[in-house]
Design a protein around this ligand. Structure first.
Ligand SMILES: [Zn+2]
Length: 81
């Protein structure tokens, strides 16, 4: 297993199931149980090309078991100037 591209750890990445958010044309999508290799040092997440394509295809063609959720979008622009 390769080392992390984003930090200098020599710890091996760990296979986990993670939650991923994506945005397309103003619409947010939340993907659950996404397989990722995660760096135990910096937390960077690596996804296989086929996993990325699986998310893309489901944003184009919504699965029947997708659940609509309500979310709050909160800007910190005035607090972080
Ligand atoms: Zn790392």
């Amino acid at each position: 297993m390769s080392m992390c591209e984003y930090c200098d750890t020599n710890e091996s990445q760990v296979l986990k199931r993670v939650t991923v958010t994506r945005q397309r044309h103003g619409q947010w999508y939340i993907f659950e149980d996404v397989p990722a290799l995660v760096c135990p040092h910096c937390g960077h997440r690596y996804f296989d090309a086929e996993v990325l394509e699986a998310m893309e295809s489901r944003m184009r063609d919504m699965p029947a078991d997708a659940r609509a959720v309500t979310a709050y979008a909160i800007s910190l622009s005035e607090k972080t100037a």
